[in-house]
Ligand binder design. Structure first.
Ligand SMILES: C[S@@+](CC[C@H](N)C(=O)[O-])C[C@H]1O[C@@H](n2cnc3c(N)ncnc32)[C@H](O)[C@@H]1O
Length: 322
């Protein structure tokens, strides 16, 4: 789902044992055109085929599903953010209806109990893109996300203002209204007849949302202003807990890959003397696994597991209440 150039489905088909590959079909669901030279066994589709039995895997899809941005104005009213094609922003109508309900439930624009928030200093330093294919990221360059190892939601009664009155909202606080991602995920999951749907993405969770949002542009692998003129990719991290349907589970990538036996542990030195080639291969694999599971890096990616008509296949992690 959101297959890009089909690298993952190609790799999976190549890695399957012949007996399994002979009865498996690979579908790449993607808006972009089919790349030339793609394995002829892979079907290229604009929508998920209905009724599949198997695995639906969406890596960095949901962060590209467009959404509205909301911001608190000087009077404390939450308004839609409007944007011109040159990237200039202004505030529009107050957020109402289903979007307001979504915000109240998943991303209330109130100050945290410890006090008012200051907008972070803007930095001119370009960051390597987490989306750039084949560019291993230094851990410190990946925006941190919080793995869902505990229930991070605010108390049900909401946050109280100084005198126990209405919650306080600082001008400039922002939220990204995840309703279209929730709907997109629900539709993708509904296409599965039986199996497992997995979404992997830059994620945040209730109680620890980024106070000024995450809307970002990427051009040629570098972070840039999110100007909606077609000159850059535009992305915003995913409120993955809001996407979760009943029966879903949220894990960090570190937890998910750990449960699949990918740990990043170095091979024993003994192997170096008995089988140097195997040692070098194992060492390279451990390096890749360490990068994929790094704290403060790719290991903090969120994984949303959604079993459909099967038991939850992975041990560990949290069961979100939806
Ligand atoms: C950030 S890329 C990720 C590509 C690939 N999954 C990867 O991890 O390298 C997101 C992809 O999702 C595709 N996409 C976005 N919305 C889509 C939709 N509604 N249906 C199909 N593809 C979509 C985009 O065209 C883009 O190729």
């Amino acid at each position: 789902m959101g297959a890009g150039r089909g690298e993952l489905v190609t790799g999976v088909l190549e890695a399957l044992p012949a007996e399994v590959a002979s009865r498996a079909r690979g579908y790449a669901v993607e808006r972009a055109a089919r790349p030339a030279g793609l394995d002829h066994r892979i079907e290229w589709l604009p929508e998920p085929p209905p009724g599949v039995t198997g695995l639906l895997f969406a890596n960095e899809w949901l962060d590209n599903v467009p959404l509205d941005v909301a911001e608190v104005d000087a009077k404390g009213t939450v308004r839609l953010v409007l944007v011109r094609q040159d990237g200039t922003e202004s505030l529009g109508e107050p957020v109402t209806g289903a979007e307001a309900e979504w915000l109240a439930r998943w991303w209330p624009l109130t100050d945290p109990p410890e006090g008012r928030l200051l907008r972070p200093e803007a930095s001119d330093d370009p960051l390597p893109s987490p989306e750039a294919p084949g560019s291993p990221l230094p851990a410190e360059d990946v925006l941190p996300v919080l793995p869902p190892t505990e229930d991070l939601r605010p108390p049900a009664e909401g946050l109280q203002g100084p005198a126990g009155g209405l919650p306080v909202a600082t001008e400039g606080l922002r939220a990204e209204v995840g309703l279209p991602r929730d709907a997109a995920w629900a539709a993708a999951v509904a296409s599965l007849g039986q199996g497992l749907a997995v979404a992997v993405d830059y994620a945040h969770f209730a109680g620890a949302r980024p106070p000024f949002g995450t809307l970002t542009g990427f051009r040629e692998g570098r972070e840039t202003a999110p100007v909606p003129d077609g000159s850059c990719d535009i992305t915003a991290h995913v409120a993955l807990d809001a996407c979760a349907l009943p029966g879903a589970r949220l894990l960090s990538q570190r937890e998910a890959l750990g449960a699949l036996g990918v740990s990043g542990e170095r091979p024993s030195l003994g192997l170096a003397s008995t089988d140097p080639t195997a040692y070098v291969r194992a060492l390279a694999g451990a390096g890749e696994a360490a990068e994929l599971t790094a704290r403060g890096g790719l290991g903090d990616f969120g994984w949303l597991l959604q079993p459909v008509g099967i038991p939850d296949p992975l041990p560990g992690g949290e069961q979100p209440s939806t």
